[in-house]
Design a protein around this ligand. Structure first.
Ligand SMILES: CC(C)(COP(=O)(O)OP(=O)(O)OC[C@H]1O[C@@H](n2cnc3c(N)ncnc32)[C@H](O)[C@@H]1OP(=O)(O)O)[C@@H](O)C(=O)NCCC(=O)NCCS
Length: 153
């Protein structure tokens, strides 16, 4: 149950729960090894930011974004909400905070890539003003199609 939700930056130690949340919906993502090491590696990058949804001490979701300030572009993902907390506004809070952060960097163009059959995620990005701009055929390692969405901040 959602108590008091806050969105904050990643802190070391969060990676354990994040891996668990990710594993819950691993079929929605490209076949990557999202383990603790991978998350910590992304955290070290100066061009990557993780946002974490904290439900009074328990992490219930996260969203990451890579950004290229010099060309005003960013890409959102991965984003994953713990089962049982979906469709309660958690993903929206994370995305709103991420977009606000990107605005402070004068990022103009934000993309998101979604597997073609991931309807909940497609609806989610459309609801937030993203528009489909391309389909990448046989894009994933296992030859799956991917839809790219774009939003101009
Ligand atoms: C997609 C996801 C990140 C959305 O986060 P969320 O916290 O559930 O979404 P919110 O509650 O903030 O927003 C709800 C909106 O998302 C979409 N949505 C969420 N769950 C949905 C579902 N089961 N079916 C259809 N649309 C859904 C709808 O647009 C919904 O708005 P509506 O209720 O007005 O129709 C989340 O469902 C999730 O983690 N899914 C599994 C992992 C995943 O697919 N990640 C994305 C990979 S690209």
């Amino acid at each position: 149950m959602l108590k008091k939700l806050t969105v904050r930056g990643f802190e070391q130690g969060d990676e354990k729960v994040m891996v668990r949340i990710h594993k819950d919906s691993v079929e929605k993502f490209e076949n990557l090894d999202v383990d603790e090491k991978f998350i910590l590696m992304l955290f070290q990058r100066p061009d990557f930011r993780f946002f974490v949804a904290d439900n009074e001490g328990g992490i219930v979701g996260f969203l990451g974004a890579v950004f290229y300030s010099s060309v005003s572009r960013a890409e959102v993902g991965p984003v994953s909400i713990a089962k049982g907390y979906r469709n309660s506004g958690v993903g929206s809070r994370l995305l709103d905070d991420c977009e606000n952060f990107l605005r402070t960097l004068n990022i103009r163009r934000v993309t998101a890539k979604v597997k073609y059959d991931n309807n909940e995620s497609i609806n989610f990005f459309k609801k937030h003003g993203f528009e489909q701009e391309a389909v990448f055929r046989r894009y994933t390692k296992d030859y799956g199609d991917v839809v790219q969405f774009v939003k101009f901040l």
